[in-house]
Design a protein around this ligand. Structure first.
Ligand SMILES: C[S@@+](CC[C@H](N)C(=O)[O-])C[C@H]1O[C@@H](n2cnc3c(N)ncnc32)[C@H](O)[C@@H]1O
Length: 248
């Protein structure tokens, strides 16, 4: 019996020309492309990035999977069940199912849960992963802030799930990458101010897209609710090149 293959494909942070050649090739050769979106009305960002590079492929099926943006188990559980029901028949039929992920599939991605659950649901399934350019590297590039050099230590945090220990992390690491800052910018700004690091922080939203925004004066953001696709990178080490970048 042919075994189905579930492939997590990273499509990069936004610019279609940051998709890898391998990602394009794997997506073109897939029997099914699974496309996550936040609601039925939502245009999937991952698919918007990949669509033109992949083009039309005869006989290929494309299925949209809705992942509601919630942490409530009573809404999440049925949504995941619908997703397993949509993918299951293809994997059991031995098809190659490619799941597109914005950025990299192993950085805060729904693919991680899918990959964990897959062998329980479909014991013969094979898993493949195609890494992508992550916002982890795209945002520092946009901000002209190197992540680490020499012995510098780096921390990665999802700010949404608590900024309580941010001050401790800021003290312990040389560079801190804060993801999912959209709804907690006032708290982030307060913690940076307290540690005297506000001037060492750069805010970037929608990196590498036509709407990319780089803000070096975080005070100018104040209490604004920020874009979901935004990050703050804080680097303690001063480097002259970083000052030459774009942004206000
Ligand atoms: C669910 S995580 C997905 C991360 C993705 N797998 C990656 O490797 O970049 C979503 C968070 O990634 C960050 N992010 C993703 N793309 C971004 C972009 N183009 N510009 C700025 N931040 C981005 C934001 O912090 C956003 O809240």
């Amino acid at each position: 019996m042919k075994r189905g293959t579930l492939i997590g494909v990273g499509v990069g942070p936004g610019a279609p020309d940051l998709m890898t050649l391998r990602a394009v090739d794997v997506l073109r050769r897939a029997d099914v492309i699974a496309i996550p979106r936040r609601s039925e009305r939502d245009e999937s960002l991952a698919w918007r990035i990949a669509r033109d590079n992949v083009g039309e492929v005869a006989g290929q099926e494309r299925i949209f999977l809705t992942f509601p943006m919630t942490k409530e188990p009573e809404r999440l559980r049925p949504a995941w069940e619908r997703i397993f029901e949509a993918l299951g028949p293809h994997l059991l039929a031995g098809k190659r199912v490619a799941f597109v992920t914005e950025g990299d599939p192993f950085v805060y991605s729904t693919f991680i849960y899918l990959m964990d659950e897959a062998p329980r649901r479909w014991p013969a399934v094979e898993i493949e992963v195609v890494p992508g350019v992550s916002s982890l590297t795209a945002v520092p590039a946009a901000a002209r802030v190197p992540i680490a050099d020499g012995l510098e230590r780096v921390a990665l945090l999802p700010a949404t799930y608590g900024v309580d220990d941010l001050t401790r992390v800021l003290r312990e690491f040389d560079t801190v990458l804060l993801m999912k800052v959209g709804s907690v910018m006032p708290q982030v700004i307060a913690a940076l101010e307290q540690e005297g690091l506000l001037d060492r922080a750069v805010y970037v939203s929608k990196a590498t897209t036509g709407e990319e925004k780089v803000v070096r004066d975080l005070r100018s953001i104040g209490g604004e609710r920020c874009d979901y696709f935004s990050m703050v990178v804080i680097a303690k080490k001063e480097r002259s090149g970083a000052l030459k970048g774009a942004g206000r």
